[in-house]
Design a protein around this ligand. Structure first.
Ligand code: CAA
Length: 387
């Protein structure tokens, strides 16, 4: 039916499904419970090419397109959204930005090892007092007198993978008086003096993905590690987030699909009042509504992938399509996970099944990489042209 889905797309989807079901699903409960970072399976995902799907082979990736990335990520997230979070930040927030905006030497040094899965990449925009209003950050980068280094100071927060990341794309102010036009992006090495990891966030869901503050205290960043030009940082951050939002939509779709599949199986097996619960109209209504929303999410994700592919030639932004996919899929994940608990009753509420984990993991998809409120703002602004 969808002739843009090729044999290659199906192959990577199948490979991701196989790995996710055999190697991730059995360990997901343990890592959710303990909050440990699943470094071994993350490294294995790197070995399979899942950490740099859209990066050309010359830069350590597998050279496929956004649809391939989305299909693979959805399969990983059906088994465990935490693994998917690490994969998504690595692929779309870290690799995509360097591929699009990095100089050749930056790509060789900072893209190749991360796209090939040997190192872990992260992205840092948010600060304690600057979340949705991303242009108001307080951290600073000041060029030294010799013009060789920027000195970075400040605290960034909610950095996915920060406790394990080798490199981080960091956005900070070089000219605060210019507001968003004064933001600049830098490539940071986490083993350099002046960089420290702060408190690790104790989270409701995606507990096996590690999230922490990062602290810069007199961090000396060589000029050659500036990503793009001075003042281009906000546009880089937003461009990269458009790509990232397709990833989060794909993650949400994985959680929604897992919730629906578990619910169908349970509705066919569990009996009440002398019949399968799937024979009750109230359960049927839930399953039907879940299925419609899952498929509608998938179609919006396909649309966003196609828009991103088209933008490679036209240069046109695909913010509208990415935000629609992220908004709808994340609300679908929450809807489906909630209904899945209801269908499973007490068993859905119990930690014996993964349903309650789907419910906890779903919530973040409505928050990170732009809340649902921000996605609605982007969509409406794109429709009206008004700010
Ligand atoms: N692509 C390219 N440029 C863009 C853009 C995009 N998607 N969106 C905005 N811009 C440009 C605008 O064209 C404008 O440029 P000019 O000044 O040249 O006209 C400039 O950026 C400023 O745009 P706005 O006036 O629209 O900016 P704003 O301050 O009103 O903010 C916003 C817009 C959409 C609300 C934006 O701030 C936003 O997306 N906020 C949410 C931030 C976010 O998603 N944070 C999550 C961070 S990552 C994370 O969650 C952690 C993790 O580790 C996963």
């Amino acid at each position: 039916m969808f002739d843009f889905i090729t044999e290659e797309h199906k192959m990577i989807q199948e490979a991701a499904r196989d790995f996710a079901q055999k190697s991730i699903a059995p360990i997901a409960e343990h890592f959710d419970e303990t909050g440990e970072f699943p470094i071994d399976t993350i490294r294995q995902m790197g070995g399979l090419g899942f950490m740099g799907i859209e990066v050309p082979e010359a830069y350590g990736g597998v050279g496929m397109d956004t649809l391939a990335y989305s299909l693979a990520l959805t399969e990983i997230c059906k088994a465990d959204a935490s693994h998917g979070t690490v994969m998504s930040v690595n692929n779309s927030l870290y690799c995509h930005g360097i591929l699009k905006f990095g100089a050749e030497a930056q790509k060789q040094k900072y893209l190749v090892p991360v796209a090939s899965g040997q190192k872990i990449g992260a992205y840092s925009l948010t600060e304690p007092m600057s979340g949705s209003d991303a242009g108001t950050m307080k951290s600073r980068a000041v060029l030294n007198e010799a013009g060789t280094h920027y000195v970075i100071d400040g605290i960034k927060s909610w950095v996915t993978s920060a406790p394990y990341a080798d490199y981080i794309v960091v956005f900070t102010m070089t000219q605060p008086e210019l507001k968003h036009k004064g933001v600049t992006a830098f490539l940071i090495e986490t083993d350099h003096p002046g960089f420290e990891r702060g408190k690790k966030e104790p989270k409701l869901g995606i507990r096996a993905s590690a999230t922490s503050e990062i602290i810069f205290d007199d961090y000396q960043c060589p000029v050659e590690n500036r990503l793009g030009e001075e003042g281009e940082g906000f546009k880089i951050a937003m461009t990269v987030l458009d790509a990232g939002r397709i990833g989060i939509a794909s993650q949400a779709l994985g959680i929604a699909e897992a919730s629906l599949e578990a619910s169908i199986a349970y509705a066919k097996e569990r009996e009440a009042f002398g019949q399968k619960i799937g024979q009750f109209q109230m359960i049927q209504q839930k399953l039907a509504d879940m299925k419609c929303r899952v498929d509608a999410s998938r179609l919006l994700i396909y649309q966003a992938c196609l828009a991103k592919a088209a933008s490679k030639k036209s240069g046109a932004r695909y913010s509208l399509e990415a935000s629609m996919a992220k908004l709808y899929a994340s609300e679908t994940a929450n809807y489906c996970a909630k209904e899945a608990i209801q269908i499973h009753g007490g068993m859905g509420y119990s930690k014996e099944l993964p349903i309650e984990r789907y419910f906890r993991d779903a919530k973040i998809t409505e928050i990170y990489e732009g809340t649902s409120e921000i996605q609605r703002m982007v969509i409406a602004r794109s429709l009206t042209g008004l700010r």
